[in-house]
Design a binder for this molecule. Structure first.
Ligand SMILES: NC(=O)c1ccc[n+]([C@@H]2O[C@H](COP(=O)([O-])OP(=O)(O)OC[C@H]3O[C@@H](n4cnc5c(N)ncnc54)[C@H](OP(=O)(O)O)[C@@H]3O)[C@@H](O)[C@H]2O)c1
Length: 339
């Protein structure tokens, strides 16, 4: 298994390195790739030292699998080149997600969308992954009509430059490089990604479009407000779900969600127990709590979802996709026992 990790030196790339090791993904040749500024630098992974390669060098090495987290421009240009060379590409950017024929996969939900033939696979947006992990099991039993979601998104979702901005501001430095249009410390910025003509941001429209594609049901309506907050451990979401028919009882909702692999119900307000990004950091599960009936609409419930956006929202989901490619026989190396 020759594996190229593109964007290996970035926030997602570094977590990918950890997740690949933790899950003992069977790599025989590791090819870290980054921008020209990092090419030739040493990178230590799994007890060995590697040189960071350029994209051209990586393509010439004909990897079997490419995990790509270097932004949409790199993905648009390079994913087709690797795919044409016969490599599977799991892409973390938004470049390919809504392209017809490109699977957009959360393995617990729609692993069946993977095939031997389709070489480019899109990893969904981090906010979408944690949302659909909750929506899918509910929708299967109690069809959902509409979802209204407000996000509280970690600065880690904007890459290393955003952590630098937050840390600078916490040290009193306000003239450093800015990842955001405004100071982020002690602030909430209702602006994630670029604004569009309809008044929504691209991040908000990703939640709208990607949720329908992953659920495989264009009738589910989604409106979002995405907000950046000075938090590092993960993304949080306040979600109002309206069902097509009568809402399920709260015990039924908890039972349905508790049975979903990868989801943890943490809903015990009496003991001050509910999901928070500090606790989700470093974890692969999606946490859900504050489950309650809406006071306005008798077909609606509220809940609160938290996950580490760099793990289940990015690296872990991508590695799980790769594991499915292997276990389905689309990628030839068998996984070690226990996978
Ligand atoms: N952070 C998240 O929660 C999250 C979640 C899901 C998806 N994503 C997506 O994952 C991607 C990376 O995000 P990130 O947060 O890891 O960003 P980041 O910390 O800024 O890292 C960017 C990585 O891409 C590399 N890179 C940049 N331009 C390149 C080029 N022209 N050729 C080769 N490598 C290049 C960088 O290499 P150098 O170190 O050499 O500059 C670095 O390794 C983005 O598409 C983002 O939308 C992020």
């Amino acid at each position: 298994m020759r594996l190229a990790l593109i964007g290996a030196t970035g926030m997602v790339g570094e977590v990918m390195q950890k997740v690949l090791m933790e899950r003992q993904f069977p790599v025989t040749e590791f090819i870290p790739v980054a921008s020209a500024k990092s090419v030739g630098n040493p990178l230590h992974w799994n007890g060995a030292s590697y040189l960071v390669r350029s994209l051209d060098e990586a393509l010439a090495m004909r990897p079997d699998l490419v995990l790509m987290s270097a932004g949409g421009t790199v993905s648009l240009k390079w994913a087709p080149k690797f795919a044409a060379a016969g490599c599977f590409v799991v892409d973390n950017s938004s470049a390919w997600r809504m392209e017809p024929g490109i699977p957009l996969v959360v393995p617990e939900i729609n692993a069946e969308a993977l095939s031997a033939e389709t070489k480019i696979i899109a990893n969904p947006n981090c906010s979408t992954i944690q949302l659909v992990m909750v929506l899918k099991p509910l929708h299967d039993l109690h069809p959902i009509e509409a979802v209204r979601v407000s996000t509280y998104q970690s600065v880690t979702g904007t890459g290393k430059a955003a952590i630098d901005q937050l840390e600078n501001e916490r040290r009193g430095i306000f003239d450093g490089p800015m990842a955001y249009a405004h100071p982020i410390d002690l602030n909430c910025i209702p602006h994630c990604d670029a604004f569009l003509d309809n008044g929504y941001t691209k991040e908000e429209m990703k939640l709208h479009h990607e949720t329908k594609k992953i659920l495989g049901d264009p009738r589910v309506q989604v409106s979002a407000t995405a907000v950046r907050v000075p938090v590092q451990g993960g993304h949080s979401e306040s979600v109002l779900i309206t069902f097509q028919g009568a809402r399920p009882s709260l015990p039924a909702v908890r039972q349905i969600l508790a049975a979903m692999p990868g989801l943890v119900v943490q809903d015990d307000p009496a003991n001050l127990s509910y999901p928070m990004p500090r606790n989700a950091e470093g974890r692969d599960e999606v946490f859900v709590g504050r489950i309650r009936e809406d006071l306005v609409c008798d077909r609606s419930i509220h809940l609160w979802i938290v996950a580490d956006n760099l793990r289940k929202g990015a690296a872990t989901n991508a590695v799980q996709i790769a594991e499915h490619l292997v276990s389905a026989g689309f990628l030839q190396t068998p996984l070690p026992p226990g996978h």
